[in-house]
Ligand binder design. Structure first.
Ligand SMILES: [Zn+2]
Length: 154
């Protein structure tokens, strides 16, 4: 399932990507969101009932959310049957650009990450689209904590 998120749902969009969902974000114009959703068979994620109604009339799939919070929004999506499986690295996409991530070797990231990171970690992933490099450092551990919360694990 592929998505397109409206401008109010930036945080959710980044998390959808981390959970492996191909999610477009950054289109401001509602008509353009609907056009892209129809052309690419993407489901629109929005909190705007006006946009939701217009899109549905034109035949687009919409998931209308009510919550302000990331946790609430993920809860709503789970109730609608969207699965949130364990995070990273298996199927995650780049939270920055939606590109696919792939495992890369330590040698290949030499000079591209801080020296202390290079020395400390052996596991690296690179975004095939924007080149961003990821590793299981503190930022990642913080994300795993949020992931557990989002999926209702203690
Ligand atoms: Zn990227």
């Amino acid at each position: 399932m592929r998505f397109i998120a409206d401008m109010m749902l930036g945080r959710l969009a980044r998390w959808m990507r981390l959970y492996g969902y191909d999610t477009l974000y950054g289109i401001e114009d509602d008509d353009e969101i609907i056009r892209v959703a129809l052309a690419e068979e993407r489901t629109i994620l929005t909190r705007d009932s006006g946009l939701a109604n217009r899109a549905r009339k034109l035949g687009a799939k919409v998931l209308l959310l009510g919550s302000n919070s990331l946790e609430g929004q993920v809860g709503e999506l789970r109730a609608m049957g969207i699965e949130f499986n364990e995070l990273f690295p298996a199927n995650a996409r780049c939270p920055k650009c939606n590109g696919p991530l792939r495992r890369t070797s330590k040698e290949r990231v030499k000079g591209k990450v801080p020296k202390s990171v290079y020395e400390k970690y052996d596991e690296f992933y690179v975004c095939e689209k924007c080149g961003q490099i990821y590793w299981p450092g503190w930022q990642w551990r913080e994300m795993l904590k949020i992931d557990k919360k989002l999926r209702g694990e203690k």
